[in-house]
Design a protein around this ligand. Structure first.
Ligand SMILES: [Zn+2]
Length: 326
């Protein structure tokens, strides 16, 4: 923690007074190493931020006093992916908290195209926990091969922000959701949020239990952000023609591919990260309607941010850890 000059807003940018910013795994990575991510020190961390507009260009459509949330990728708007509306693939992506100053601060400046207005009635602490985990979850579930009502999805390792977000969004979409965890307490919380099947992977064989729960067929989709530790079970839990979506590899990124299973059963395996501006707008509309609210495990004052990092690396949370500035 240190005092630094407030960011100076350049033309085309918006200055936001930050109210809340959630923690994400990448913050731990940036704190501990950040290697491979181009940045220069000192740099403020934090890939999320929700707050109130302080200064904006007159033609930005944003006015001082307005609530807003930051789309963390300062995309170029000109490459082939941006022109196709697929900003997460931008060739010149510049992510707040990774490549430029982030949201664990009282103020942050970002290009106006990355500042999305919020209606007055929303809770800014919840908004500050929306655009990493929930946007990632949105694209995983509804991006490439959208989850449909009545389908069954397995969410591996429920408790982390993305997994809890997938559970909530899939339940809202009318899907049947099965979850795994090593913690009975987390499984109970997931069931309270609408999970219809819960498997403790310490005690039970995941794929076997999934088959029992799906009449021997398997699930339509698996959401896996853990990687090596859950990969085999994830592949074995899919029905023929099912799809496995990965957005993380916290337990290792090179599990055996089991190609024979993939081609014979015609499985689809694909990756996902972040979400587009359009997906962001859809998510914000759902959030503003009150239909899905981010699960906040704990809130921390900015002065106590070290405790928040400790809690995240400890892994005991269910949902998001949020830092509030005011
Ligand atoms: Zn681009």
């Amino acid at each position: 923690m240190r005092d630094v000059p407030a960011p100076v807003r350049r033309a085309g940018e918006v200055l936001l007074r930050v109210h809340a910013a959630a923690l994400n795994r990448v913050d731990l990575y940036m704190r501990d190493s950040g290697s491979g991510i181009t940045h220069s020190l000192p740099q403020t961390l934090g890939v999320e931020a929700a707050g109130v507009v302080v200064e904006a260009d007159a033609d930005s459509g944003l006015v001082p006093g307005q609530k807003a949330v930051i789309y963390s990728n300062a995309f170029c708007g000109q490459c082939r992916y941006c022109l196709a509306g697929d900003q997460p693939l931008c060739l010149r992506a510049h992510i707040m908290g990774e490549h430029r100053d982030g949201g664990f601060a009282e103020y942050v400046a970002m290009p106006a195209r990355c500042v999305l207005p919020l209606p007055d009635h929303v809770d800014l602490a919840e908004a500050g926990a929306l655009l990493a985990a929930y946007l990632t979850a949105w694209r995983m579930l509804f991006g490439k091969r959208a989850l449909r009502p009545g389908e069954t999805v397995l969410v591996a390792g429920v408790g982390g922000g993305v997994a809890v977000a997938c559970l909530q969004l899939a339940v809202h979409a009318g899907a049947r959701v099965l979850v795994t965890s090593s913690s009975d307490q987390k499984l109970a919380r997931a069931q309270a949020l609408g999970a219809s099947g819960a498997i403790n992977y310490r005690r039970e064989k995941v794929a076997k239990r999934v088959m029992e729960m799906t009449g021997g067929e398997g699930v339509d989709m698996v959401i896996d952000s853990s990687g090596a530790a859950s990969w085999d079970d994830s592949l074995r839990s899919l029905r023929r023609g099912g799809r496995l979506v990965t957005c993380g590899a916290t337990t290792g990124s090179n599990p055996p591919a089991d190609l024979q299973r993939i081609f014979i059963r015609q499985l689809e395996v694909y990756g996902s990260t972040g979400g587009s501006v359009e997906e962001c707008r859809q998510l914000i509309a759902l959030f503003a309607s009150g239909a899905v609210r981010p699960v906040i495990d704990r809130r921390f004052a900015l002065d106590d941010i070290r405790s928040a990092f400790d809690a995240l690396s400890d892994g005991s949370q269910f949902g998001k850890l949020v830092v509030t500035m005011t």
